[in-house]
Ligand binder design. Sequence first.
Ligand SMILES: Cc1cc2nc3c(=O)[nH]c(=O)nc-3n(C[C@H](O)[C@H](O)[C@H](O)COP(=O)(O)O)c2cc1C
Ligand SMILES: [Mn+2]
Length: 487
Amino acid sequence: MAIRDLRDFLTALEGHGELQRVREEVDWDLEMGAITRRCYDLGAPAALFERIKDYPTGFRALGAPLGQSKHPGHFLFARTALALGLRPEASAKEIMAAYLELKERPAKPVSVNGGPCKENILIGEEVDLFRFPAPLIHEGDGGRYIGTWHTVITRDPDSSWVNWGMYRLMIHDRNTLGCLFPMQQHIGQIYQKYEAKDLPMPAAVAIGGQPVIPIVSCVQLPAYVSEVEVAGALQGEPVPLVKCETVDLEVPATAEIVLEGEVLPHTRRIEGPFGEYMGYEAGKASPKPVFRVNAITYRNDPILPFSNMGMPVHEGQTATALLKGAEVYSELRKMGLPVRGVFFPPYGVGHMAVIATETPFINFAKRVAHSVWATKPGLFTYYIVVVDADVDPTNMDEVLHAVTTKCHPVNGIHPVPHIPGFPVLLPFLPPKERLLGDAAGVIFDCTWPKDWPAESMPVKATLENLWPKEIKQRVLGKWEQYGFKDK
Ligand SMILES: Cc1cc2nc3c(=O)[nH]c(=O)nc-3n(C[C@H](O)[C@H](O)[C@H](O)COP(=O)(O)O)c2cc1C
Ligand SMILES: [Mn+2]
């Protein structure tokens, strides 16, 4: 079944035991956040909150849409697999491969005249962000966040490029939002151009579309790539877009909630803090750009999806980090590097890349690592573990074995000071560097050096390598005869 809106996705989730309807009344004030946090911790299904305190029947919220799954038979990434139209049993490797294959056929969006997102329209004085059950997620958050699984849509003032990105949105009051738009991100770069001209930046926010929409919004695609075309590729058909009421932008026609407005130039208001994707509430409240909402449109009985950043494993890993791996792999292959696989392990929160590669010449691991840092999806990667091609980068046992047996504790570790990092939030940076995103990186070279003589190369002691073929065949052939049950 094609997934054309959030509701189709809920049907798919429910059909595979990945959705829990919560009929008990819950409070938007910390309770939905706590429930969702426990869903991530347990690998429980996504939570559809059907009765929310202070809100009319019909106004719902969806927590942990792509949280990790511990459903029997499913991999951790099952909900991401379903979002991409794959089996919930798909492995990380299968999902990355399918994603890259689907991406080869970008599909331009189609413009349509109307759509469910126009069922209700509020303009000017009618605008009230508190009309939706935005959760106060963690104690200590600077406010209620209405944007944690959504898309912010803006146009580059110097070209026709329309960028879709996910950047957290905190409610200040009934018609203003606070935004984290770092310069390292496309939105920061676009916003800076409007600010230089002293112009407000027109913007639209789509909340709750078909799941490929938030996915492409949080994957680090290169500049000038239109995320909506990638969403069309992942969906296998163009995304229908409809014109906004008050800004010259288009939004997905089936979005649950659309916010329209402008980000004011040279205006700042205190935003944050927020429990964040690295697993900490790091970064104090600070002055950040202000988004004035001039119109809201929404579906009847709207569903507000939200992510609950914090300790892994949440959408920051099941979507952003997983597909960041696929994107880095694709970029390295485009550079002609003989890379065999890339994986960002979930508990590495997108900070750690494992790269399996052939090593045609000396110091090749360093060349690979610096190439990762040269790519857009490689931004915000601080630990790069380079392993030989016989190591499966998605298997942490194999990776740990490679680190502890092949990486020289002094000569195999290469610190790289002052690489760009995510500002405000990076837990390991001292306060001043943290604010700026003045980060550091390190390369773990776990590949055999090319200059060692053949006779000094350690041989991996596997059944494959250290037993003659006849013995191996005999042992495998007689395995059950020996009394063992599983092959
Ligand atoms: C739930 C969630 C919230 C996010 N919030 C922010 C944010 O507030 N600011 C930010 O710069 N990136 C945030 N990100 C990461 C960006 O979405 C990601 O880097 C994306 O590539 C940005 O789009 P761009 O590459 O078009 O700039 C978030 C990711 C997720 C999954
Ligand atoms: Mn982008």
